[in-house]
Ligand binder design. Sequence first.
Ligand code: URA
Length: 195
Amino acid sequence: MIRDIELLYKEIVICTKCGLVKSRNNVIFGEGNTTAGIFIIGEAPGRDEDIQGRPFVGSSGQLLDKILAACGFTRSEHVFISNIVKCRPPGNRVPTPQEAAACMPWLLKQIELVNPRILILLGATALKYMAGNDHKITRERGNWLNVQNRLAMPVYHPAALLRDPGLKRETWEDFKKIVYKYRELIDPTHYSAYV
Ligand code: URA
């Protein structure tokens, strides 16, 4: 039984449960406040993340940080960020169901230990593995779901926003709902200059 996040970290960084172990440079555990009210779930580390050992440090991450800043959220205080799989799939392909299945117990344990009130599901892969195969991001983004007995908000992945900037407007509406919920459940005095 892994009872604390540091023990879990030690287990995850030596994981060899799937084939991604062969090509990875780093296992990207995740980062942020380990008692945060919000847990953000992405798909998988990319090239920059694999090199630096941190989640969302490439172009998607820079956009994510801008959105979080507009909400008044910081990585160090308000959120913990991790991914469905902790190692980079070669060529940034989508993780296979086998890779996701091997890695999901780590993520579920992280969520249990951080114990957030709110989950943010970034994109189709996070939605699929957290909520189930029959969920569609285009249909369900912006609507609160119950996932693992927690409130979960599916939103477009920042990489999708970079490919199609037209999706940014709807995504901002979705993040505003997250700020409102954060005030309702966690901190009524939470400040955002824009919401
Ligand atoms: N995209 C993701 O889904 N996760 C990362 O950590 C980086 C890019």
